[in-house]
Design a protein around this ligand. Sequence first.
Ligand SMILES: Cc1cc2nc3c(=O)[nH]c(=O)nc-3n(C[C@H](O)[C@H](O)[C@H](O)COP(=O)(O)OP(=O)(O)OC[C@H]3O[C@@H](n4cnc5c(N)ncnc54)[C@H](O)[C@@H]3O)c2cc1C
Length: 287
Amino acid sequence: MSLLRRFSTIKIGGSAERVLWMSELSGRIDDLPQPIRVLGNGSNVLMSETLRGTVILTREESLAAPEIVREEPDEMQLILPAGMFLPSLSKWTADRALTGAEFMVGVPGTIGGAVVQNAGANEQKTSSLVVEVEAWDLESAALRWVSAADAEFAYRSSRFQREKFLLRRVKLRLKRGEPEEIQARLKLNLDYRRQKTPFSRPSLGSMFTRIPKEDGDWWYPGQLIESVGLKGFRRGQTQISEVHANYFVNLGGARFSEVLSLMDLAQERVLKETGLELRPEVQIWQD
Ligand SMILES: Cc1cc2nc3c(=O)[nH]c(=O)nc-3n(C[C@H](O)[C@H](O)[C@H](O)COP(=O)(O)OP(=O)(O)OC[C@H]3O[C@@H](n4cnc5c(N)ncnc54)[C@H](O)[C@@H]3O)c2cc1C
């Protein structure tokens, strides 16, 4: 299997002892080199160039199409493979006048990764759509459906970040909407990406999560990092984006260690100058 950087939106990554597609899984998973890690589209994982254990890839070329399992006058329920690409899902639902997944048009991940990270944007979030998730418990090897109520969803967080599950399929519920409004929301999401983010550079999206204020508002990491003078700051081939300081971009040949040290620098500087603690939104894979 070729270098894992192929499966990373920031184009950083190297080797693992074993890399395989989800469809290649057979037999006992405890025979695989440990630890076992699951990669969707690698749009929220910062991985070191050398990893122990196994990486299972879910964004396969020949995935099943979404299956409509329930149709009601005002909503539809679908089951889809965890490896389905979010912009494709957004388009698939918009074509059927279903609303709720418009934000996914600009999020370059898979639905499995979106469930794990509870991805969201512009007042929409994955947890609002999930009915249940077919999950393979990598500790016990049991396959079962986990309901949304048991998924412990919170802002950019779910139980699947803390426990070792391989998500295989996701059941979603989407409301029927007005086609013009859905198209307008798709456009709003894409316009925002093009105007306010380093759209064309390899990145992991937001590096840090927003910090809640006591009055219900938020501190935004991009503004905090900019306020301590780090916007545009560069270490090797990694740069804190000049467009949006919560995005770190690969200028060509960036290394895991550079990104990590820029994250440390941003966290230290923001803590020292504002007293606020930046927490990574990205998952960090290293041994
Ligand atoms: C340009 C850009 C814009 C972005 N914009 C947004 C945004 O607006 N909102 C937002 O919330 N996020 C955003 N992101 C972050 C990211 O795209 C989302 O979090 C996305 O849902 C991650 O999906 P993925 O398939 O890439 O997950 P990965 O990065 O591959 O994995 C993320 C985590 O999920 C786990 N995982 C993935 N698939 C499975 C599975 N099938 N079973 C078990 N575990 C799994 C991984 O082990 C890892 O812990 C952006 C990223 C980029 C690069």
